[in-house]
Design a protein around this ligand. Structure first.
Ligand SMILES: *[C@@H]1O[C@H](CO)[C@@H](O)[C@H](O)[C@H]1NC(C)=O
Ligand SMILES: *[C@@H]1O[C@H](CO)[C@@H](O)[C@H](O)[C@H]1NC(C)=O
Ligand SMILES: *[C@@H]1O[C@H](CO)[C@@H](O)[C@H](O)[C@H]1NC(C)=O
Ligand SMILES: *[C@@H]1O[C@H](CO)[C@@H](O)[C@H](O)[C@H]1NC(C)=O
Length: 650
């Protein structure tokens, strides 16, 4: 998606009419230009064929008006894929679009995972079984409000000088290796090979980043080598950035939100390509993303259905971004930067037509009604109902283990090599994806000012184990007065709040990127370093060890007898900031005082039926909880915006 292009204009349709004559029919003039040739060729395929003829997508000789919705398989457990996709079909959609996330499948260098929730092949096959075509958005950069825009973090550690999204040889070589691995999985699912994938996207809104033709053509060729004539390639860009993003030989589409004038959004495209083929809004925004501390984004249903109708009658192909959002489980959410660092919330509800829990909203039914009037809905398919939710009540939890205690360091920490000198290794250099890293040294002076100009992102400061305050990129707080004695231990515990996924600051390494300065002198002595990757959370909780600083709380609960586990929401009210695991599944970050997200979505499939106990683990980073419980409720709370600047460290 793009941050630049959303138009939340008030709609005024009075006196406005659009006729098909405005832009149709568009006839491709075949010239010697390579891209026009490619666009007008009807590809010959075994069994199936897809082509662009004039202003139409033709599949197997028949025109297809694409009505698609985005759903990212990496934001919802695999068990629910069929349910969500079926709800797309029931709304009248004929296609699903998904990004493919490189970092989800290659979290560490050459360690590939295409199993379980990462089983992309099964996702695409499920879409086909439900009767949907697939748009595959393979990036490799995808943005998507995901950590580093979906690129694996280790690229930044392996190559200190890598330039992502350029012809940099390391970036191209790694992309090439990844794309080969990816297409080994999905090639047989391309349309020309009998699968549902009709379109494959090259890069993602590259026009918002740069306009290097050599890079664009390189990416096109890397992907085209696998796709051949088995599906069509396309690009997505903001309306005014299409020139920078489009690629010769690749179908160009644009993206925009609600507007009274959808056809005019294509003016730049027509200017650059007088015969642009089928017009497509490949990211039509029925909602929007939300950062911590903001109000929950909302987009009005009326505006959405008016724009939708207007696009369809003007023969514009549509992909809702997103039709279903889901959640940023674990440490997968990204961040933006607009002069201030803006980490994304855990929920990707997005105010989408299907809620975070997959329930149809009034927006869903309004869209279905519009599509029904335009003859896209198969009325034999029953409209969906919301699923029942569990209200499992308050679960008592007890403090078990502080991560900076000797046992905490032993059970959860990973000791890295000591370093000396002014600069500290980043998370990426340590090859630690996320979680926390603790940097410690000995101070010689008493009382002073600690200065850290580049905290990435939140630094909890302790002297001899006592909390002193925080330094924070998000709050732009880089100075702190601390009290120490000669020989005091300074502990800087750094939280990665999510790597930037969009714009010029993409190369977002974590840790402490500047020298640590105390009373105007660089601390150049020895540092010891302990990482807390928190990829899995296993400790022996029969012995508790609770000191100051971030602490694990734990409790167990049993569901009502004889009931299948239901989806539920964990209310984090009363807690400050941290992460929650249920039966070992990381539900993501919580920060209810800053909001607007207060509850964490818990998929029922992660819960165990009675009489088996379920385990709830909370890592509270800041103050000890006011309450000794956390409560499972049956509704989400995503609209309680707090005050970022009132947030305090004890
Ligand atoms: C494409 O498919 C249609 C329908 O199966 C068929 O009639 C047509 O001949 C095919 N075209 C090519 C070029 O293979
Ligand atoms: C403390 O003293 C050691 C040894 O003299 C020195 O290397 C280190 O940088 C000093 N620390 C600070 C914070 O000045
Ligand atoms: C946990 O610690 C206790 C006390 O030291 C010990 O008796 C028990 O065997 C440990 N459990 C595991 C699973 O290591
Ligand atoms: C949040 O949403 C709920 C449910 O729609 C509503 O009852 C409540 O008033 C909203 N609160 C705020 C602060 O907007």
């Amino acid at each position: 998606m793009t941050l630049l292009i959303a138009t939340f204009a008030l709609l005024c349709f009075l006196g406005q009419t659009y006729s098909l004559e405005d832009y149709a029919p568009v006839v491709i003039r075949v010239t010697n230009e390579d891209h026009q040739n490619k666009l007008s060729n009807e590809f010959k395929m075994k069994g199936h064929n897809i082509s662009i003829v004039g202003d139409k997508f033709m599949i197997d000789g028949k025109p297809l008006h694409i009505i698609s919705g985005s759903l990212h398989y990496f934001r919802v457990p695999a068990v629910y894929w069929r349910d969500r996709l079926h709800k797309f079909k029931a709304a009248g959609l004929n296609t699903v679009a998904t990004y493919v996330e490189w970092s989800y499948h290659e979290p560490e260098e050459r360690q590939y995972n295409f199993e379980g929730d990462r089983d992309l092949v099964r996702f695409v096959q499920t879409a086909a079984e439900v009767g949907l075509h697939v748009l595959l958005r393979v990036g490799p950069y995808i943005c998507a409000e995901r950590d580093l825009g979906g690129l694996p973090y280790w690229l930044l550690g392996k190559y200190p000088n890598i330039k992502l999204r350029t012809t940099d040889k390391d970036f191209i070589a790694e992309s090439d290796i990844w794309l080969k691995k990816l297409f080994e999985q999905v090639s047989h699912l391309l349309f020309g090979n009998g699968g549902p994938i009709i379109l494959v996207q090259v890069e993602n809104e590259y026009g918002s980043y740069d306009s290097d033709l050599a890079y664009k053509e390189k990416m096109r060729d890397l992907i085209s080598a696998h796709v051949g004539d088995k599906a069509l390639l396309y690009t997505t860009d903001g309306p005014s950035l299409v020139g920078a993003g489009m690629i010769p030989g690749v179908h160009a589409t644009i993206d925009f939100g609600v507007t009274s004038q959808p056809t005019e959004q294509f003016d730049s495209l027509f200017h650059l390509r007088p015969a642009p083929g089928p017009l497509m809004n490949s990211e039509f925004y029925p909602g929007w993303l939300t950062h911590w501390g903001e109000r929950m984004a909302r987009v009005g249903t009326n505006d959405i259905v008016l724009t939708l109708r207007n696009m369809i009658v003007n023969k514009i192909h549509v992909n809702f971004y997103v039709f279903f959002g889901g959640s940023n489980f674990e440490f997968t959410s990204g961040a933006n930067f607009d002069g201030t660092y803006q980490p994304d919330i855990t929920s990707y509800d997005y105010d989408a037509p299907l809620s975070e829990a997959g329930d149809p909203t009034p927006k869903y039914f309004a869209i279905r009604e519009t599509l029904k009037q335009l003859n896209f809905v198969d009325e034999k398919i029953e409209p969906p109902q919301p699923s029942p939710k569990g209200r499992y009540g308050a679960v008592p939890v007890a403090a078990k283990l502080s991560i900076m205690s000797p046992k905490g360091r032993c059970d959860l920490g990973k000791r890295y090599e000591d370093v000396s000198g002014g600069t500290l290794p980043t998370f990426e250099e340590l090859r630690q994806r996320s979680g926390l890293v603790l940097y410690e040294t000995t101070l010689n002076e008493t009382e002073g000012i600690l200065v850290l100009n580049k905290p990435r992102d939140l630094v909890f400061v302790f002297v001899d184990g006592k909390p002193q305050g925080v330094l924070s990129r998000m709050h732009k707080k880089y100075h702190l007065r601390i009290s120490s004695t000669a020989g005091s231990k300074l502990s800087l515990l750094v939280e990665n709040q999510g790597r930037i996924n969009y714009g010029t600051l993409l190369h977002d390494r974590k840790g402490i990127l500047s020298e640590v300065i105390y009373n105007n002198k660089v601390i150049g002595g020895k540092w010891s370093i302990t990482g807390y990757p928190l990829e899995t959370v296993q400790f022996n909780s029969s012995v508790s060890e609770v000191t100051q600083g971030p602490t694990f709380y734990e409790g167990t609960f049993v569901l009502p007898e004889g009931q299948k586990p239901l989806d539920t929401f964990l209310d984090t009210t009363g807690w400050d900031k941290g992460y929650v695991w249920v039966n070992g599944h990381n539900l993501g970050r919580y920060w209810p005082g800053v909001g607007p997200q207060v509850t964490l979505y818990v998929p029922g499939v992660w819960l165990l039926e009675a009489p088996q106990p379920n385990v709830l683990q909370i890592l509270e980073l800041n103050k000890p909880s006011d309450s000794s419980t956390m409560e499972f409720i049956d509704n989400p709370i995503l609209n309680r915006t707090g005050n970022l600047h009132a947030w305090k460290f004890p």
